[in-house]
Design a protein around this ligand. Structure first.
Ligand SMILES: *Cc1c(COP(=O)(O)O)cnc(C)c1O
Length: 397
């Protein structure tokens, strides 16, 4: 029966790693997939074994063969020292921040962060005595000018939520590491496949598995990977706070992970085609997609990323709100709803202006974020074309 060592797997191409890592047919009667272990109690053979913790697993919250399979598979594409599993992307972020910060520490937080992360910082971290400064996502190596004696961590997200600023992670990491400051990255958009976070300087790589990892809009999930600098703190806080995920969701995440590479290629291709087409539309002022040559962050994206995914935004030319509603309300394939990364296309109107505190974001017209799903791109384009006809009719009324 085939059996690969962790070192062998690390030499395979990423898509191959996604296929083989965490699969142990030799331990599962030949079955390719691991069993889904439902369990809290794990029995020990004797008091001596209990005292010496000889079992590989001691209690359901702390691990199971199903969880290990997923941790191994994610670890194989993250390339860090270890991975922990969390019940949502937001809890993955909060776990990572709680792992590295203590009262009196200073945190630098990107102004383009996913908004609920800001809420966690302002409502929870601040209450526990952490000082938070929001910074311009485009600051690059000048982040050093914001360091204080108590700065412990820099939180990054690239590209930024809704507004897609591309951050210079290697420059930020170089400045931070010179002062022994940790770099955390929310890598949900690119995934470890298209942005190798640790190799680019992130000590902690966070992934909302609700999105492309699961890929089917049927679970909430989050993962955190750490390098040697951050792993002990992460593993300890994850265990101490009781973070764990039910076995069925762990299994669904593993099932999603196996097809990540092919799904991302499809999302990438369709999203780029539609983004390029949207750039030519008279109703559109700007398309915020890092893989477009017109994007201000394109050069850094090209230098650091290995691909682009299915999520981007557009800034429309100035039209009344009712025209935007006419566009969105009757789209056939684009659902109106939060989250993304599933097989289905989505579109939401958004206003990023109120979130900002360190920078201003004042677009020239209404803004829409698109998630391009796995439908045939011709159907999606026709849907959007009809939407623009409705938008123009409503704007002319
Ligand atoms: C969705 C999202 C999260 C949070 O993930 P949940 O699973 O919804 O909690 C965190 N960061 C980014 C960038 C996201 O898009």
């Amino acid at each position: 029966m085939r059996k690969f060592s962790t070192d062998e797997i690390a030499d395979f191409q990423p898509a191959t790693r996604l296929s083989v890592a965490g699969s142990h047919p030799e331990e599962a009667f030949g079955f390719v997939n691991p069993p889904v272990y439902h369990g809290s109690t794990v029995l020990f053979p004797s008091v001596k074994d209990m005292a010496e913790r000889t079992n590989r697993y001691g209690y359901g919250r702390r691990g199971s063969p199903t969880m290990s399979a997923l941790q191994e598979a994610i670890g194989a594409i993250e390339g860090g020292v270890g991975v922990v599993l969390c019940p949502s992307g937001l809890s993955a972020v909060s776990t990572a921040l709680l792992a590295v910060l203590k009262a009196g520490d200073h945190l630098l937080m990107t102004d383009s962060a996913y908004d609920p992360i800001r809420t966690f910082c302002d409502n929870v971290l601040a209450r526990f005595g952490v000082e938070i400064t929001y910074y311009d996502p485009l600051i690059g190596g000048d982040i050093a000018s914001l360091f204080k004696p108590n700065t412990r961590a820099v939180f990054t997200e690239s590209p930024g939520s809704l507004t897609f600023e591309v951050q210079d992670i290697p420059a930020i990491a170089e400045a931070a590491h010179a002062r022994d400051i940790l770099v955390l990255l929310d890598n949900t958009w690119a995934t470890p496949l298209y942005f190798p976070a640790h190799a680019r300087g992130a000590d902690i790589s966070i992934w909302s598995g609700t999105k492309y990892l699961s890929g089917h809009s049927d679970i909430l999930f989050g993962t955190v990977s750490a390098n040697a600098r951050a792993w002990r703190a992460l593993a300890k806080t994850h265990g101490d706070t009781g973070m764990c995920v039910g076995p069925d969701d762990v299994y669904l995440a593993l099932r999603g992970l196996r097809t990540l590479a092919v799904r991302l290629e499809a999302h990438q291709k369709s999203a780029l085609e539609l983004a390029r087409w949207l750039e030519t539309r008279p109703e559109v002022s700007r398309v915020l997609h890092p893989a477009l040559e017109s994007h201000p962050g394109h050069a850094i994206w090209k230098r650091d990323f290995l691909g682009s995914t299915g999520l981007f935004s557009v800034v429309l030319k100035s039209v009344p709100h009712k025209a935007v509603a006419a566009f969105l309300d009757h789209l056939k394939f684009f659902g109106l709803g939060y989250s993304w990364g599933g097989f289905e296309s989505l579109a939401i109107p958004f206003r990023a202006t109120p979130y900002r505190t360190a920078t201003r974001w004042e677009p020239e017209g209404p803004t829409i974020r698109f998630q391009i799903g796995l439908e045939d791109v011709r159907d999606l384009k026709a849907d959007l074309e009809e939407g623009f006809a409705r938008l123009n009719a409503a704007a002319a009324e």
